[in-house]
Ligand binder design. Structure first.
Ligand code: ZN
Ligand code: ZN
Length: 621
């Protein structure tokens, strides 16, 4: 028989709040080991003692819980202590070197509980376990323990207390554990919500990272009304459907799309539109559509009720007629609403029914949006389900706060070799978004316990983000917009060394102060060189040219020496001729942007002359 030994094991990565300690506890039990496990600011620390330590370590490496991401396991043999039993010790604070896990979709086992009449979680909209549910959006600070989350105010009932302390239970040390007896409650019934939607109404529903606006995606009157109340916005809406079989009716998802749709993060996935009869106003003029599957228990409850509350589990995989427009409740382009009182104040004119609950959303997180580009998944918006998982860098460097640019901005914080990209913040055009921007920066630095040594910002001298960098009092590193795009992709794809990249974009301030956006660049660490660019087009009207593609159509004709065709092409636009003269003048600004070239093509093809949102002309083309 092997002799006893003792090992200290340090595990780093995303290992808190994912059932790691119960998992270790289970393994220790299985291999008859003694010792302890606890969370601390570096991750998980454990000591095991006994004869079967090697088997334990092997199992630890092989099968961590589904939400865990292990970066490193370090082993250190230490002296025997001869204690009996294995305990989960209280967490210890200290300087933070750990992470919060991203939010995860409700797991299959919890869905079974949700629809099992015998379960104490039957039809409970906040069911969760150590393998699923909210994390980032309800955590105030690390280490991840219930008192540090928005579940702090809910005292566990006897049953939850028992499960929480039972190492054999799936909810052993599940910090957000809750049940109908002791946990948060929706302030309206599922039946009310479904009835409102089915009668053509609009519902504001508090979800995981904020409020959604929901309506029946097959009811043109309801969808058009939602568009009208949200304010003449033509952006496509995403549609939530019950399952993959239903998604295959409204869209034509590929096998890769399906894998993304069903992933733990549950992003909105942009797929080719299908034949199905969704309301035309869902995604006007587009051949692609954003689809998302239910990810919070409350979403599943809506589909269950809409299907007539069937028994059994088969409805969960069968195609369902019910389809929901599910769009962020962000009136006027402001940040997504997360607070119940704010929802009642700001959404009263948009929603017929506002449904909140008493579990606070601590950190806002929009739905992530992804699409397959060739064979690789790409982010259109990186938020819920991915934030705050870091990107691993190949090199260590000074802790840096990177401040983003202006449109659809995010910020990033590096801590050694980890780069943490914030949730999608929005465009820094209004006070509410700028406040959210500042709050996000504070929160990230706070949670990661980073004091940045330098700040990085866009080369543009006159952005909110640039001024924020200059006011920080730290050394400022200014980066050309497209060099930053290329470097970010290189980091995400783990491409090292000198990198050739093509940045195809709408606008970025160039090294020569010009309007760049179709650039071939060489990027190497902190340096970049512009090697080539698209043929420049005049930019008559400056910023207005980006909103009015007809101006770019005129510019393209002028550039081709065909100004004489302008009146024939744009007979209904009074200023066309005048704009053509401007486009041929020496003083007009030039742009190498691919976005503006798409605009020119859209206008010349007669597809779109003015656009309601960024990229509309290009998407419709
Ligand atoms: Zn679960
Ligand atoms: Zn309970």
């Amino acid at each position: 028989m092997a002799t006893d030994a003792r090992l200290r094991v340090r595990v780093t990565g995303s290992v808190q709040g994912v059932g790691f300690r119960p998992f270790v506890h289970g393994l220790a039990h299985k291999f008859a080991l003694h010792g302890f496990v606890r969370n601390d600011a570096c991750g998980v620390l454990l000591e095991v003692e006994g004869a079967r330590i090697e088997e334990f370590v092997e199992a630890l490496r092989r099968g961590p819980p589904p939400l865990a991401r292990i970066d490193d396991i370090r082993l250190e043999p230490i002296a025997l202590r001869r204690e009996r039993g294995f305990s989960i010790e209280p967490s210890r604070g200290g300087k933070t070197r750990t992470r919060i896990t991203a939010d995860a979709t409700v797991c299959d086992a919890c869905l079974d509980d949700l629809f099992d009449p015998a379960s104490r979680f039957h039809l409970y909209p906040f069911v969760n376990c150590t393998h699923c549910g909210p994390r980032y959006t309800l955590t105030r600070r690390l280490p991840y323990d219930r008192p540090q989350t928005s579940m702090a105010s809910f005292a566990m009932c006897e049953d939850c207390e028992r499960d929480y302390h039972d190492p054999a239970d799936r909810r052993f040390h599940a910090q957000p554990i809750a049940c109908p007896k002791c946990g948060p409650k929706l302030d309206r019934s599922i039946a009310d919500i479904v009835a409102t939607i089915c009668s053509g109404g609009i519902v504001a529903l508090k979800g995981v990272g904020g409020f959604h606006l929901l309506c029946d995606a097959r009811d043109e009157r309801a969808v058009a009304e939602l568009r009208r109340r949200k304010g003449r916005d033509a952006k496509p809406f995403a549609v939530m459907v019950a399952n993959v079989a239903s998604a295959a009716r409204i869209g034509a998802p590929s096998a890769d799309d399906v894998a993304l749709l069903q992933s733990i993060a549950r992003p909105i996935v942009v797929v080719d539109k299908g034949e199905d009869d969704l309301a035309p106003s869902v995604a006007p003029g587009l051949i692609r559509i954003g689809v998302v599957l239910p990810y919070a228990p409350v979403h599943h409850l809506l589909f269950h009720a809409a299907a007539g509350s069937p028994e059994g589990a088969s409805w969960r995989s069968e195609p369902q007629e019910f389809a929901l427009v599910a769009t962020s409740a962000n009136p006027g382009g402001e940040p997504l609403i997360t607070d119940d009182a704010e929802a009642r104040a700001k959404l009263a004119k948009i929603a017929d029914l506002i449904v909140g609950h008493d579990r606070a959303i601590v950190a806002r997180a929009d739905d992530s949006v992804m699409t397959m580009i060739a064979v690789a998944p790409a982010f259109l918006r990186r938020a819920r389900g991915f934030v705050p998982e870091p990107i691993e860098l190949s090199d260590d460097g000074p802790d840096t706060l990177a401040l983003g640019a202006h449109l659809k901005t995010t910020v990033a914080v590096t801590r050694g070799r980890e780069a943490f990209v914030s949730t999608h913040i929005g465009s820094l055009d209004d006070r509410a978004t700028i406040a959210f921007y500042e709050e996000t920066i504070r929160r990230m630095l706070d949670i990661l316990d980073v004091r940045p040594e330098i700040v990085a910002c866009d080369l543009h001298p006159d952005l909110v983000s640039t001024r924020f960098a200059e006011a920080s009092g730290l050394p400022v590193f200014r980066i050309q917009h497209h060099a930053a795009h290329i470097a970010a992709i290189a980091a995400e794809r783990e491409i090292e060394g000198p990198t050739l990249g093509a940045a195809l974009d709408g606008y970025g301030y160039g090294d020569d102060a010009g309007a760049w956006g179709g650039e071939l660049m060489l990027v190497d660490k902190g340096a970049w060189r512009r090697l080539g660019h698209l043929s420049p087009l005049p930019l008559p009207g400056g910023d207005r040219a980006a909103r009015e593609p007809w101006r770019m159509g005129v510019a393209a004709l002028a550039r081709l020496g065909r100004s004489a065709d302008v009146t024939a092409r744009f007979p209904h636009i009074e200023m066309a001729e005048q704009t053509a003269r401007l486009a041929t003048s020496r003083s007009v600004a030039q742009t190498t942007s691919l976005g503006r070239m798409f605009d020119a093509a859209a206008a010349l093809a007669g597809a779109r002359f003015a656009q309601a949102y960024e990229g509309q002309a290009a998407m419709e083309l």
